[in-house]
Design a protein around this ligand. Structure first.
Ligand SMILES: Nc1ncnc2c1ncn2[C@@H]1O[C@H](COP(=O)(O)OP(=O)(O)O)[C@@H](O)[C@H]1O
Ligand SMILES: [Mg+2]
Length: 236
């Protein structure tokens, strides 16, 4: 199996605390929500960074985690590799060019495995709709405690709703101050229509200075982050 040594992401203290809050919230769902998708309205809202941080954070509490970069339209991963080579990726596997075992990469973080996206294919949506993707999730469920899937922005392309059919829950990233309420509602609806419950919305890149440090932080922690629904299901 291919192995890479990851370059640690430097998270600010505040972000690190929020990731821990997200992780704790996730544990309350217990075994019901093990395959979790991250999406957003547009690109650059922080899906990759947050999904990576959450996935690696889950290994810190003894969970075995697989992070899948299923944003096939973006060739480059935000994850910086210090040593080793990413090798083959998801697009190779989905197009039948490599077996699953060849695209799973181990890392220097124990119990943290990754599947990189691989080269950008011409037919991303079609590849994700095929049986290969479904098989991969079915196999991974048997091996990992959590499977975190980073996807393309659902406000721009349909891919995330296809992936959502195989997931137990989803998290919608919203970049604070950058997304119109109506657009966010539209994307939320698309996600709900795929039959995958929205576990929560992460309000990212909040300008605490603008929102007032104390009020802002409090709001972020207790409402902005993860508690999409106090009852655990999709928020209607
Ligand atoms: N909480 C945050 N505060 C500041 N910058 C952030 C935050 N989250 C993400 N970013 C930055 O925003 C950019 C886009 O993030 P990324 O995770 O690649 O977004 P996406 O995967 O949704 O396209 C990156 O440069 C990342 O470092
Ligand atoms: Mg990304």
């Amino acid at each position: 199996m291919n192995q890479v040594i990851l370059q640690p992401m430097k998270l600010s203290y505040d972000v690190e605390e929020e990731i821990k809050t997200l992780r704790t919230s996730l544990q309350f769902f217990r075994d019901d929500k093990r395959v979790i998708l991250f999406t957003s309205c547009i690109s650059g809202e922080g899906k990759s960074e947050t999904s990576y941080s959450l996935a690696s954070s889950l290994t810190g509490i003894g969970k075995k985690v697989l992070l899948i970069d299923a944003d096939l339209r973006k060739g480059k991963s935000v994850v910086k590799i210090k040593a080793g080579k990413a090798g083959k990726g998801l697009s190779h596997y989905l197009s039948g060019q490599a077996p699953l075992t060849d695209v799973i990469t181990t890392t220097d973080i124990p119990n943290f495995h990754m599947i990189f996206s691989g080269p950008v294919p011409p037919d991303a949506t079609e590849l994700l709709s095929g049986q290969f993707f479904a098989n991969m999730i079915e196999i991974a469920r048997r091996v990992y405690d959590y499977i975190i899937i980073d996807t393309s922005p659902l406000g721009l392309v349909v891919d995330a709703s296809i992936i959502a059919e195989h997931c137990d829950g989803s998290i919608l990233m919203i970049e604070s101050g950058n997304i119109k309420y109506r657009f966010a509602q539209e994307v939320k609806k698309k996600l709900e229509n795929s039959g995958c419950s929205i576990m929560g919305v992460v309000l990212n890149k909040v300008d605490w200075k603008k929102s007032g440090k104390y009020y802002g932080k409090y709001y972020g922690k207790y409402y902005g982050n993860y508690y999409g629904s106090p009852y655990g299901g999709a928020e209607k």
